[in-house]
Design a protein around this ligand. Sequence first.
Ligand code: OOG
Ligand code: MG
Length: 256
Amino acid sequence: MDLNVIANEIYRHQKSAKEMDKISIRYPSITIEDAYKIQEINMEKELQNSDQFVGWKMGLTSLAKQQSVGVNQPIYGRLLKSMEMSNKKLSMEGLIHPRVEPELAFLMNKRLEGNNITEQEVWEATEGIMPALEIIDSRYKDFSFNLMDVVADNASSARFLISEIMYKPGQLQWEKAKVRMKLNNQVVQEGKGSAVLGNPVRSVVELVKMLHASGLCIEPGMIVLTGAITEAIHVFRGDSIETEFVGLGKMDLTII
Ligand code: OOG
Ligand code: MG
């Protein structure tokens, strides 16, 4: 089993926006370490194509998400500059079967590393917190995968949109932050910050520990998407999404 070969295959599907069969079926002995290695190999390709590494995303940090995809542990992925949307229009071009999910994004201003990291240390290294939308788009058929598949596919990362309004960590009890998502004017999802491992700060703690296991860390200036607060919503061309982060602002998205 050559990880470069598997990485190339996934990379081609990420670029062509054509769905693929699960790698775990063809490579049943693949490990979680292999899957993160594949993720890293493909990230290197993007950096060589002059994209920029801007941060990390945590995924499957809420029970709702874990249950909806049948994977019962958090995962991380890598965020690129090219994934960041600059306006509220999501083009279907380059996407297979995108889903939208509301998240809280942390902007870090210190290096964070190690296995003994505390919530306090994460708060002290947090420049600010911003409402965000993540657009995930699994490259696998029917959005169906196991832990190894989804990690190798960069945790389904596709696009993200971050609100221009930033809040200080102490401005709110983040576990109580409420989110209401409407699809074409109908409420389809509701949740609050506590859905993310009890408090989104714990998602950053977990990320630092998981990165440590691979000899990695969070660098100052990086963004962390802490994971979906609700289940993700399948969207199609012509849909409009309105997400209210209660007391923090609204984020709109039109699918074109
Ligand atoms: C995996 C990515 C999950 C989140 O916030 O939970 C994720 C997937 O569901 O495709 O980004
Ligand atoms: Mg997400």
